[in-house]
Design a protein around this ligand. Structure first.
Ligand code: GLN
Length: 535
């Protein structure tokens, strides 16, 4: 029977529930169990696809085209296995299903209520991935205990414990133990309150994971155990780490895996297999090279907006024994040529980020021109690739004011235009070209050198594409389509001849980079930044 672990959070948000869930999953995977992680988000949006990065950070896209929470990215990066639409559920999706059933007459004669109808749907979704595919399912509950919108989820947890039985169910509650500098003390009261709040909903945590900046003493563990109604061994310290990838090791030292294994009555090896993980950490800690890579985007004050890109650099840096310093540069600041020179001159590589809308576009185009003219390794992702095409059209092909029709619908040179199947779509949610598509690579390309394969599959999230009408003109002058979608002949990769490394991709390689399988394009890009280092 599949075992279920639920991870809740208390005291504040941003404690790193996703990382704790992923770290625990990694340890259990290392013990030989088949594990997956899912996230339940209490907000009303059906998915985060329509939320802007200020609200919600990056939107993570799965192979099956689901637009999901960025924590799913952590799950994939840690576990090295793909997630899907089933792994991310919101209140909006729960209600949508229940309301559709009501309209179809499935509850005929009954009043439809939060309990049992909404909670039944929550439970159905929470156990959907159970059965033969997984030994253990970890569910992260978004939000913080005490939020009004979390209540139906906690009620579902209360019911599930009864239905599944104590040894098939485990709740891990993550809280904060703040340190008061003036009193020179760690404080347990907020945790006591948050556990009380959980208990009021009928949920008793089995394990308490305490996020803290200072080690917690035995006395504190004892006190928490007493007040929170659990065994002292089940009070786990989660001290701040310098990298999220250290957290599985910290959790191992604290025996979080053993506590869970005991609660769930699982049979396991004495220690999890973490060879590849430790190898990665060793490389991360002992780089022999260092490069500066500019990340040109428009949400630079918000690292979460480009989460997967930052992480892909961590993986590909370690694979190259290289410390990659990612320097976030606001594209709008590059519209002034003097500022542009100042900002870009110390860089060993330039990445132009994905994005939507016209803000910051001209700065992105100028950064690409700089990379092209100065032979600086360049990776353009999605909008970044589209900007590379526009730059080349304007500055090499002499197509004045060439543009993407997303930015200038009336341009004389629509080198990037809306995809045919997108033209009649009015709704915004879940309607882009989403998910994994195949791409065929030319054998002579940089992409092929990186992937060492002619057929790849990568994830997409866009409405616009390269306008094939212009391809011959581009190729004649040295910008060529090195990867195409075999079914529709869409241009997926553009490369530049006579440049050390200049690759624009219509897809999102960052979404598939994991600790154990760093993305080949990022690995190759960082490699070329090292080789071409002039400063
Ligand atoms: N806005 C562009 C499009 O829709 C690029 C999208 C992206 O960068 N993800 O095609």
């Amino acid at each position: 029977m599949t075992k279920y672990i639920f991870v809740t959070g208390g005291v504040t948000s941003s404690l790193g529930k996703g990382i704790i869930a992923a770290s625990l999953a990694k340890l259990l995977q290392g013990h030989g169990f088949k594990v997956t992680i899912q996230k339940f988000d209490p907000y009303i949006n059906v998915d985060p696809g329509t939320l802007n990065p200020y609200e919600h950070g990056e939107c993570y896209v799965t192979d099956d085209g689901a637009e999901t929470d960025l924590d799913l990215g952590h799950y994939e990066r840690f576990l090295n296995t793909p997630t899907s639409q089933e792994n991310n559920v919101t209140t909006g999706r729960i209600y949508q299903t229940v309301i559709n059933k009501e309209r179809a007459g499935e509850f005929l004669g009954k009043t439809v209520q939060v309990i049992p109808h909404i909670t039944d749907e929550i439970k159905r979704r929470m156990t959907l991935l159970g059965g033969k595919n997984y030994d253990i399912i970890i569910t992260e509950l978004g939000g913080t205990v005490g939020d009004i919108e979390s209540l139906p989820y906690l009620e579902a947890l209360r019911q599930l414990r009864m239905e599944l039985g104590d040894h098939n169910y485990c709740t891990v509650h993550l809280t904060l133990i703040p340190y008061l500098a003036a009193a020179k003390e760690l404080k347990t009261k907020p945790t006591q309150h948050s556990v009380k709040e959980l208990q009021e909903s009928g949920v008793q945590p089995d394990i308490l994971v305490c996020r803290t900046e200072k080690p917690i003493t035995d006395e504190i563990r004892q006190k928490l155990a007493l007040f929170c109604n659990l065994s002292k061994d089940n009070v786990i310290e989660a001290i701040d780490a310098d990298t999220i990838y250290e957290v599985p090791i910290l959790m191992l030292k604290e025996k979080l895996d053993q506590r869970v294994i005991k609660q769930l009555k699982l049979k396991s090896k004495s220690a999890p297999e973490l060879k590849a993980w430790r190898e990665f950490l060793k490389n991360l800690r002992h780089p022999i090279y260092e490069v500066n890579i500019g990340l040109i985007g428009k949400y630079n004050e918000l690292p979460d907006a480009y989460k997967s890109i930052y992480e892909a650099f961590v993986h590909s840096g370690a694979a190259n024994m290289c410390k990659v310093k990612v320097i976030a540069i606001h594209s709008e600041s590059l519209e002034d040529p003097e500022k542009l020179n100042q900002a870009l001159k110390g860089l060993n590589g330039i990445l132009v980020a994905p994005g939507f809308g016209e803000r910051g576009i001209e700065g992105k185009i100028e950064a690409i021109r700089y990379a092209r003219e100065n032979q600086i390794p360049f990776l353009g992702i999605c909008l970044g690739m589209q900007c590379a095409v526009v730059e080349f059209a304007r500055n090499v092909l002499g197509m004045k004011k060439a543009a993407s029709t997303e930015v200038d619908p009336k341009t004389k040179f629509p080198v990037i235009h809306m995809m045919t199947e997108q033209r009649n779509i009015k709704e915004k949610g879940g309607t882009m070209r989403l998910g994994a598509y195949e791409c065929k690579l030319s054998k002579t390309s940089k992409a092929h050198q990186a992937y060492k394969s002619t057929l790849i599959s990568e994830r997409h999230r866009h409405r616009y594409e390269f306008n094939n009408q212009y391809l011959a003109e581009f190729e004649e002058k040295g910008m060529w389509a090195s990867g195409k979608n075999p079914e529709k002949n869409l241009v997926e990769i553009m490369e530049l001849k006579g440049h050390p490394w200049f690759v624009g991709v219509q897809f999102h390689p960052e979404l598939k980079s994991t600790v154990e399988t760093p993305h080949p394009l990022f690995v190759s890009f960082v490699g070329s930044c090292i080789r071409n280092k002039k400063i």
